[in-house]
Design a protein around this ligand. Structure first.
Ligand SMILES: NC(=O)c1ccc[n+]([C@@H]2O[C@H](COP(=O)([O-])OP(=O)(O)OC[C@H]3O[C@@H](n4cnc5c(N)ncnc54)[C@H](OP(=O)(O)O)[C@@H]3O)[C@@H](O)[C@H]2O)c1
Length: 448
């Protein structure tokens, strides 16, 4: 059986896809493509075969795709020569003997002549190359990434209102996490051959709906104030964006308001088998930082307070590296992926951060207070009991979660799941068993 290869292994979507695949597929069946493999050492440490290749370098791709059966082509960056890159990947996959290529495009309406700058024509080109290649294909058309909502709405939405181009078109945005789960479904299951899916999220919203949702979350009115496309571009330019990028963003915003994304198919939910995160849930979890663009936001904590780095150098350095690289580096411990939890110290009230093994199911995370099997609970456990609202960082995504200790059958179910991921966890519990029962803490999305 050939390998499953994911391109863009150093990017957000590719990395999330490989991390999710690792929970379902033996690592020896997984490969990732990276321009710079040294940025994917965490995945390599978990057994993923990281291969070097560049979409612009056809020969590098043929070599990288050796022994690959199914391949996920994470689309190339907008405003670059995407046609050359996508054609190279598809023809190289064919030449290397791959059977099935999955391509991530952007949602569009077949009945519309509307074109998003740098996206629509390139998607149509790549889809046609793929369909004519003789390879089995699956096309996954994405709505707006949920994580980009803040970019459209702007840094000052709470002060100045939601100022976007006029129009009642809607979009059902989806998180990269849910889109990665769809990638996993198509990579690992049969039945998606020669099919095109439109992966709208669970709930469609116009920008007016988004302003209303922000009003509810914020507790005071957030106005919906439509402006012209030209004014929108000007507002982006005023934030220091280059004209090309400002016009690109305007093209996306007007595509949303003009109805390009209005079709809500349910394909994503059917593929992943659970209800995707909705925009209301996402905004409720992320609203303290919605008013920043994603890039400006990356290092901001959702909890306010003075951060006191851990006295333990390993914890301190891993957290620092993980946060600085959006979870690309410092991402593993004992061979498994980690998350970073930021919490309030039980007595000091100051912010503390710790890297813990990643155990996740349907958006809920579990953390085991095994402390390597020691006799005492780790300090972080006492912090969580005293102050249950925490920040969880999983890769680039930060969100507020509420911690509670799992008990009874719920605990048993999570322990069984965790033991499946990390067999050493049971040994640690056994080591601690004479002194204490190792608590298992669940982190669930915080309300509002
Ligand atoms: N639907 C939406 O709202 C939306 C929004 C943004 C982007 N997108 C599209 O979705 C894709 C995935 O999103 P993302 O957030 O995962 O983007 P991302 O974090 O920027 O990741 C893009 C990945 O593609 C790789 N890549 C770029 N050019 C390459 C080349 N010439 N050869 C090999 N690899 C190359 C990058 O490698 P490096 O790490 O080496 O740079 C990176 O790993 C984007 O590339 C873009 O096409 C969609």
């Amino acid at each position: 059986m050939g390998k499953l290869l994911v391109t863009g292994a150093t990017g957000h979507l590719g990395r999330l896809t490989l991390q999710a695949l690792l929970t379902q597929v033996p690592p020896h069946r997984l490969a990732g493509l990276a321009r710079d493999p040294s940025r994917a050492t965490d995945l390599a440490e978990q057994g993923v075969d990281i291969r070097k290749g560049d979409y612009f370098d056809h020969d590098s791709l043929v070599e990288a795709f050796d022994g690959v059966d199914r391949l996920l082509l994470v689309s190339a960056e907008a405003l670059t020569d995407r046609d050359t890159q996508h054609a190279n990947v598809i023809t190289a996959a064919k030449q290397a003997g791959a059977q099935h290529v999955i391509f991530t495009a952007v949602q569009r309406r077949e009945d519309s002549d509307a074109r998003q700058i740098g996206v629509t024509d390139g998607d149509i080109f790549a889809e046609n190359v793929l369909k004519n290649s003789g390879l089995t294909y699956t096309i996954l058309r994405h709505p707006t990434f949920m994580e980009h909502l803040g970019v459209y709405i702007g840094a000052d939405a709470y002060d100045k209102g939601v100022r976007v181009p006029e129009g009642d078109g809607t979009v059902a945005p989806a998180t990269r996490h849910d889109l990665a789960a769809a990638n996993v479904a198509v990579l690992t299951q049969d039945g998606h051959e020669n099919t095109t899916y439109t992966l709208s999220g669970s709930e469609a919203a116009s920008f007016r709906d988004i302003a209303n949702a922000l009003t509810e979350i914020h507790g005071s009115e957030v106005l919906y104030l439509p402006i012209t496309a030209e004014e929108y571009t000007e507002s982006q330019l005023a934030q220091g964006l280059p004209r090309e990028v400002a016009e690109f963003l305007t093209s996306w915003a007007t595509a949303i308001t003009g109805g390009t994304f209005s079709e809500n198919t349910g394909d994503l939910e059917r593929l992943i088998g659970y209800r995707p995160t909705s925009y209301r849930e996402f905004l409720a979890q992320n609203h303290p930082r919605l008013t920043q663009t994603e890039t400006l936001d990356a290092t901001k904590d959702l909890l306010e307070g003075e951060y006191v780095p851990s006295p333990d150098p390993m914890t301190r350095e891993q957290v620092e590296l993980y946060e600085r690289t959006d979870g690309r580096e410092g991402a593993t411990m004992m061979g498994g992926p980690v998350v970073v939890v930021t919490m309030r110290g039980a007595r000091s009230g100051k912010l503390r951060k710790v890297a813990l093994m990643r155990i996740e199911r349907d958006g809920v995370y579990a953390i085991g207070a095994s402390a390597g099997g020691q006799a005492r609970h780790p300090n972080w456990f006492h912090n969580l009991v005293a102050h249950p609202i925490v920040q969880l960082q999983d890769g680039p995504d930060r969100r507020l979660m509420t911690a509670r200790v799992a008990e009874g059958p719920e605990r048993e179910s999570w322990l069984a799941y965790a033991d499946g991921l990390y067999p050493f966890f049971a040994d640690m519990r056994a080591r601690a068993a004479n002194d204490r029962e190792v608590p298992l803490v669940l982190l669930e999305p915080a309300e509002g």
